[in-house]
Design a protein around this ligand. Sequence first.
Ligand SMILES: C[S@@+](CC[C@H](N)C(=O)[O-])C[C@H]1O[C@@H](n2cnc3c(N)ncnc32)[C@H](O)[C@@H]1O
Length: 265
Amino acid sequence: MEQIEVTMDYVAWAEWYDIFYAAADPGDIEFYHGLCRASGGPILEIGVGTGRIALPLAREGMEIVGIDLFESMLKVAQQNAMEAAPLQGSLRLIQADMRNFDLRRKFPVVIIPARTLLLATSEEEQLQTLCRAAQHLAPDGTMAFNLFYPDPAMLADDPDEEFLLEIVEKPDGGRYVLTAKNHFDLDSQINNGVQIAEELDPSGNVLRRQELAVVVRYLYPEQILSMCDRVGLEVIEMWGDFEAAELDEDSDEIVVLARHMDAAR
Ligand SMILES: C[S@@+](CC[C@H](N)C(=O)[O-])C[C@H]1O[C@@H](n2cnc3c(N)ncnc32)[C@H](O)[C@@H]1O
């Protein structure tokens, strides 16, 4: 596989990802599941990670193909697939780069959940990712993805100020304290952030601490429209949350539904 510059440590992320997501409830699961169920599948998930979105669908009987660049994340997805109920459908995990993959098939639904498009950290790489996603979308298919809304207050975050994300209680009485720091560069639109996980025992002693770099390139709504246009996609909805709220400057999320420009109406 071609050598790529890695600035995020996905071996460490694979260990901590499900803990961060167990705490946060971004409300995205119902949204993506509803879209996927309505289509009947098969579904392509780009950046499938630990299978958070894909696995429940595969358990229900749907056919899902998930690509991810990082073996460590795919291994956790495989382990998660073996736990709990057996799959009535299928989850095919493929190690591939969202910027240049070619599965030689098309899907009625292509999803890029959890702000994964922003992990492509230049305009060119984001366009490449959207282009590959569009190439795998059936002629009348639907693509869905979400990004965070670049709220001016957040962009002004002090890079030295650690803020609390969540506290997750552990069954043994201990807990995880999850915090973060943002460091936005307004010219490149890059956040060189860090998420910090501390595991505490029931007495509050720190058992371990892990700092996880997060590097993302944020996008404004008008940039998303323009990028979709450049890869032949028409944005059919752009909401401010997963329940179809209007997008405005108070939104946390940008939720996008798109289809091919020449899709049959
Ligand atoms: C935020 S996680 C999302 C995981 C999953 N979709 C979810 O919703 O929980 C982003 C995933 O994208 C993967 N990823 C990052 N860069 C990638 C790339 N260039 N190609 C494919 N996957 C990539 C990471 O390994 C990670 O699993």
